[in-house]
Ligand binder design. Sequence first.
Ligand SMILES: C[S@@+](CC[C@H](N)C(=O)[O-])C[C@H]1O[C@@H](n2cnc3c(N)ncnc32)[C@H](O)[C@@H]1O
Length: 359
Amino acid sequence: MRQLLRSTPVGRLLRRVRWALAASAEPVGVGRLSLRLARGVAETGVPGEWVVRLENHSRRSWPRSGPGAVALRHQWVGLTEKPAGPAVTTALPATLLPGDWADVPVAVTPPAAPGDYTLTWDVTAGGSPVADGPTESAAVHVAFARATDIDYHHVFRTADLETNSWWVVGAYHSREEYARSSAARRGMLVEQGLTPDSRVLDVGCGTGQMAMALEGYLSDRGAYYGTDIGREAVEFCRRTYRRPNFHFDVGGMTTVPFPTAAGPFDLAIFFSVFTHTFVDESALLLAECARLLGPRGAVIADVIVSPLVARGAGHRGEMRVNRDHFLRVAEAVGFRPKLIAVFPWAADAERLMLRLDRC
Ligand SMILES: C[S@@+](CC[C@H](N)C(=O)[O-])C[C@H]1O[C@@H](n2cnc3c(N)ncnc32)[C@H](O)[C@@H]1O
């Protein structure tokens, strides 16, 4: 009944008079913020509506405009506890009298880098944060916007691989750059123990960048097994790399198509593959390698790591992982990780080349 009376025009007027008499020494900060519509997941740069309830428990009006205007403020904070972008202020829909509340719809734009963030909310008065004012926060997983995702099946199906084999699998600007990268990767593998007699498993072989590098390098005692989820890419490799000890087959998202008897392999390589798979898929592919590698065998793989990511964030176009989480996952499926090299990638991410030894 009391509540009902409070919401009538007479009730509001009485409150206004009462609080106006009591008021001016009262701090703005007495109030409550609560999230009526929060979004636990979001996409980079794609705005979504949040609804925040603001309750004025103080004895003062909270003006919508003017020098002492009260406003809502939000800010993204990354896992590293650094703010990710500027604080954004939203005006109240109307002046809030003491005891009043309003549900404020706010268009919130997530940060540009995927990751695991906290979205913090508080109140400002006259443009400054209110000490001891109401605050609220929510955890938000920010993924890459889907429009930039990759469908490799579509990519391979629609490409002319005879002319575009070097272009479809990465950001290479020319066939020569693709060939240089292929030779450089072979050099790195030699440093990691590759010999002409090695048995190599290439998961996510694409259009054969490493088959090209190894075709003239491996002896007849060595062997190369390439697999990819892209049937067209595998068929292209079969047509192009025809040595009898070179084998290609279509794999599943989390399975390698070769029987255990095809091993044991000395090296399993994943170049630019875990940069496109979800962490649980990467774990299952590593478990397949544990099946196929010899006891002294190793995986060589690159991953994109970001301190803004708790586990993994991204999509098939680009997956970023938390470094420690990925290393723990690799250990859980039977590998001892070692860092080979670090490459710059983006403002908040770098690319690691890892060696994972059987343990
Ligand atoms: C960026 S390309 C790199 C190709 C090749 N490794 C290279 O460096 O040129 C990524 C490749 O991984 C393949 N791929 C993605 N997910 C895969 C999975 N779960 N198993 C096997 N191949 C996969 C894609 O079809 C694509 O050919």
